[in-house]
Design a protein around this ligand. Structure first.
Ligand SMILES: Cc1cc2nc3c(=O)[nH]c(=O)nc-3n(C[C@H](O)[C@H](O)[C@H](O)COP(=O)(O)OP(=O)(O)OC[C@H]3O[C@@H](n4cnc5c(N)ncnc54)[C@H](O)[C@@H]3O)c2cc1C
Length: 312
């Protein structure tokens, strides 16, 4: 029996969220006496890095599955989980992970919990803590099926290292997809939003795309990713990949700086789990101030240059 972690490899590196999932799996394995198997479906494999982050064994798929497609990758992952007699499968709740986890759970006839925010408790059954109601509350749920699938929210578990190496096994699993990926547009040279520890985000209060230079400068200086509210991406000021909230991405950075965003409930749904929230708004009654840890009442066009100067 094993704990399987799905490892995402993109742009020549392992995703930070996968290493977090691996660290959580290893911490769990130490109390349940299970083995941690890291499953990697694409790219070259570095079993040393995966071993250092908690894997006892790495199962690498040598077949080319092509660009990510949830149906074929889900089937391949499920097949590899069966090979390793997985009892718990941990997948990061990233763009790909979100669509993969339910498919894998279906293939394995497993109970599944998404938006998991901490290590499961195993002293009395198998209980996991999930974020629910758009981040407004937490629920403890009990998973009772023999196999369990967890989708772990990025930034929920710290990356840890072990002074160990993992064994490497290559397998050949192929699965066909009904989805045809025609082209892939990549945002390059930026910190992925779901991985970022700091996020600087702009709303309609920024007045137009021509003013985003200030958001980007502050983000660059802080080593942060950039995000935006829904109207901003709807109007084409920013790409949809930056839209956070109920209908966008859910993020959990250590620091979220919201500039000229009102703080509508649908926006907060995607960011309220951030560890520290700073809201900058010229309206002292803006709802964001109720959700924020720190608030600056002021004009973004005066506050941002000062923040940029201070952050130098
Ligand atoms: C079903 C549904 C789903 C939705 N999903 C999402 C979602 O996922 N994400 C999301 O963001 N929204 C979502 N929305 C939209 C949401 O309800 C709000 O309309 C939206 O978040 C408002 O965006 P905003 O704060 O940028 O703009 P506004 O509401 O226009 O707020 C702009 C803010 O900027 C401030 N401001 C203006 N000028 C300045 C200045 N110079 N300096 C400082 N502050 C200034 C204003 O005081 C105001 O508070 C959804 C809505 C629905 C109905």
């Amino acid at each position: 029996m094993s704990l399987v972690v799905f490892i995402e490899f993109a742009d020549g590196v392992y995703k930070k969220s996968s290493l977090e999932a691996l660290s959580m799996a290893r911490s769990l394995a130490e109390s349940t006496q299970q083995k941690v198997v890291a499953v990697q479906l694409n790219g070259p494999c570095d079993s040393q890095i995966l071993g250092q982050h908690g894997a006892h064994k790495v199962l690498h798929n040598g077949s080319d599955l092509g660009a990510f497609a949830a149906d074929s990758w889900g089937k391949a992952l499920a097949q590899m989980c069966q090979e390793t007699q997985a009892e718990v499968v941990i997948i990061s709740n990233t763009y790909s992970g979100k669509s993969l986890a339910p498919r894998v759970a279906h293939e394995l006839k497993a109970d599944m919990a998404s938006q998991v925010v901490s290590m499961p408790e195993t002293s009395n059954g198998f209980r996991v803590k999930r974020s629910v109601f758009s981040g407004k509350a937490f629920a403890w749920v009990q998973l009772t099926s023999p196999i369990k699938v967890l989708a772990l929210t990025p930034n929920s578990f710290p990356i840890q290292t072990w002074n160990e190496s993992a064994s490497l096994e290559t397998t050949q699993v192929s699965a066909s997809s009904t989805i045809q990926v025609e082209s892939v547009q990549k945002v390059s040279g930026k910190i992925p939003l779901t991985e970022a520890e700091i996020v600087v985000s702009g709303g309609r209060g920024m007045k137009g795309p021509e003013h985003w230079g200030m958001i980007e400068t502050l983000a660059n200086q802080l080593g942060a990713a950039t995000a935006c509210s829904k109207p901003v991406s709807d109007m084409g000021w920013r790409p949809h990949s930056e839209h956070v909230g109920q209908t966008g991405i859910t993020i959990k950075p250590n620091l979220y700086i919201a500039v000229g965003i009102s703080g509508a409930i649908q926006h907060l749904a995607g960011v309220s789990s951030s560890k520290v929230i700073v809201a900058i708004n010229k309206d002292p009654e803006a709802p964001f101030f109720k959700a924020a840890d720190y608030g600056i009442v002021g004009d973004a066009f005066e506050v941002l240059p000062q923040l940029i100067e201070a952050s130098k």
